[in-house]
Write a protein that binds this ligand. Structure first.
Ligand code: AGP
Length: 609
């Protein structure tokens, strides 16, 4: 997620912008920049890398002025580079932006047809030219911004300056957060509270499609109909640390609750509902390149390997292409059977995991085509692959992967639909239906998140247990593995995931009254079998925590705790099952007092063997 900052007041803007951007560093970024109106001129300073590099640049070329905007970029469109860093300038207009402009390509073509030239690969630069275009057409600064925003589809939080209107700072938002800090004879705009907390605790939270026109000592906020709206000023009582976590106790909990938005951001701008097709410019693997593919290998580590296992179920069921899945640490040493008819998919949140990177090199050496599914633009895995599917989860600070995992599953679902079209194995009607179910998913995740207190209670009841079993079948067996891994890495309690059908082949010897067993139950062809597993556990006095994809009153009598999930198609069910397991692991870790965001012995990215 990018960080936005803006200032207008009686103090020098540059130091305030840099200080505020530093307080947004936790959001993750790969480049940064500021723009200040200095003696009537718009001056831009941008740099790749850390903010210290921007500071060095500004020390060499200082910028004075009392109105400015700043930005830290978490790349989504266009690799990390100085040219792609914000702010983006067009004529006398300069813009910083957080969000995704879905229709930026068509707008860019229209603007280029009118003679606009572009320097960057970003969607944001299109907005600066669009505003400039309306100014050329005679609209004033405020109206030009509003008109440009009306042409946009997608999400935005923006700060805009105009050299022709040096006393005005304009801010606006739609589906990306933006706040206004009300200082003493000065105003701030920011993506998030931490950026301004050391200057003011009086904040206005802009709502979707609202725009703020800010000048020295005055602010006007309008709705899409240009009607002025009165907003409440909210007093923020968080500490700076609390503010970075958005008021949540830990980054992990914040990221669990960010999943509905992360899922939306991952499919946004990629689904053509009417046609039932997937559109992504970065996959860079045309049907012609995909047609020779006879086998797919998906390689990953840890939680990403669980996503890979689910990807196998999706692709084999819907695309009828054989899929093998392997751990990066195994694949790289087993001399795998790979050739030009193999599509190698590497899944990695960080894009830097050493074992997965080594597998990428191994597969390329043997002639495979490669796609990376990653959350980090420009990461090593992305740069080394033929194509990429980005998960737009935003930075994941907690070591335990949560929103990165569920957005990896969304990316695999989109890939399945894409391959189903290329190999003509999913009808257009079926693809349209599957897309509709994907669009419904974020609301279903929100519905499950509303069960938080119930899951917290279950965690409190079982936090003292020393061993857990997690059981699932079919496409949900990897979720049993994922639930067990979350518990292990967050609470340090031993846990194992098993296919439910494996119970009688050994694990059932473990079951006694001390052993909680989490059972994932779907009303599918194995439903009766799983009920049998539940009876076997019950007969041995095991504690049963049932998670079901349907309401089943009869089951409630048989088990010690149950969580009901909303229904969706089998391929999306793993995403819904994951949510309660993330919360269960989180709360057991909290009750046990472990360092939930930075568990012992673990690193966020394992860049060594
Ligand atoms: C998952 O919660 C862990 N943090 C870990 O298993 C992680 O998934 C694994 O190290 C792979 O990381 P990557 O996705 O960045 O490659």
């Amino acid at each position: 997620m990018c960080g936005i900052l803006g200032y207008i007041g009686g103090r020098e803007a540059t130091p305030l912008l840099l200080d505020g951007l530093k307080r947004l560093e936790y959001r993750g970024y790969d480049s940064s920049g500021i723009a200040v109106i200095s003696e009537g001129k718009l001056i831009v300073r941008r740099s790749m890398g850390k903010l210290s590099q921007l500071e060095t640049l500004i020390e060499k070329e200082p910028v004075d002025g009392k109105i400015g905007i700043g930005h830290t970029r978490w790349a989504t469109h266009g690799r990390p580079s100085e040219m792609n860093a914000h702010p983006h300038k067009a004529g006398k207009i300069v813009v910083v932006h957080n969000g995704i402009i879905e229709n930026y390509l068509s707008l860019k073509e229209m603007l280029m047809g009118e003679g606009h030239t572009f320097k960057s690969e970003t969607d944001t630069e299109v907005l600066s030219h669009l505003i400039q275009r309306y100014i050329f057409k005679g609209k004033n600064f405020e109206e030009a911004v509003r008109s440009a925003l009306e042409d946009l589809q997608g999400s935005y939080a923006i700060g805009v300056l105009s050299e022709s209107d040096p006393g005005k700072l304009i801010a606006a938002r739609n589906e990306s957060p933006l706040i206004i800090g009300m200082g003493v004879d000065e105003f701030f705009i920011a993506s998030d509270v931490p950026a301004i907390l050391n200057h003011t605790r009086d904040v206005i939270f802009l709502d979707d499609e609202e725009m703020a026109i800010i000048s020295r000592g005055d602010i006007k906020i309008t709705d899409p109909k240009r009607k002025e709206v009165k907003k409440n000023i909210v007093k923020i009582n968080w500490s700076p640390t609390q503010a970075e976590k958005g008021g949540y106790r830990h980054f992990m909990l914040k990221e669990i609750f960010e999943q509905p938005q992360a899922i939306i951001d991952t499919f946004r701008g990629r689904i053509l509902k009417e046609k039932g097709e997937i559109y992504w410019e970065e996959i860079n693997l045309s049907p012609r390149k995909l047609e020779p593919i006879k086998k797919i290998a998906i390689i990953a580590c840890g939680t990403s390997w669980h996503a890979a296992l689910i990807g196998k179920f999706m692709i084999e069921e819907f695309c009828r292409i054989p899929v093998e899945v392997d751990l990066g640490s195994e694949y790289r040493y087993r001399d795998p059977i790979v050739n030009h008819q193999t599509l190698l998919i590497l899944i990695s949140q960080s894009g830097e995991t050493a074992d997965t990177l080594a597998s990428l090199r191994e597969g390329k050496k043997k002639g495979a085509s490669t796609i990376a599914i990653s959350n980090v633009v420009g990461s090593s895995m992305v740069r080394g692959s033929d194509g990429v599917i980005y998960t737009h989860a935003g930075p994941e600070i907690g070591v335990a992967s949560t929103k990165a995992f569920t957005t990896q599953l969304v990316a695999l679902y989109l890939l399945t639909l894409h391959l189903g079209k290329v190999f003509n194995t999913i009808s257009a009607e079926k693809r349209r239906m599957m897309i509709q179910e994907l669009i419904r998913l974020p609301h279903q995740v929100e519905e499950i998140l509303r069960e938080e207190s119930k899951i917290e209670e279950i965690a409190r009841n079982y936090m003292k247990c020393n061993d857990f079993l997690y059981l699932g079948r079919g496409i949900n067996y990897p979720i049993a593995l994922e639930g067990a891994l979350k518990l292990k890495e967050i609470s340090y309690i031993h846990a194992e995931g098993y296919p439910a059908g494996e119970m009688k082949h050994g694990p059932i010897a473990l079951v006694d009254e001390e052993m909680p067993v989490v059972v994932l139950i779907t009303r599918d062809k194995t439903y009766r079998k799983v009920l049998g597993n539940v009876e076997e556990i019950k007969a041995r006095k095991g504690k049963i925590l049932a998670i079901l994809d349907h309401r089943d009153e009869g089951m409630m009598e048989k088990v010690d705790a149950s969580v009901f999930l909303p229904g969706t198609n089998a391929a999306l069910t793993p995403i819904l099952f994951t949510i309660p397991l993330q919360l269960l692991a989180y709360y057991i870790g909290v009750f046990k007092g472990t360092d939930v965001d930075q568990p012992r012995n673990l690193a966020k990215s394992v860049t060594v063997e």
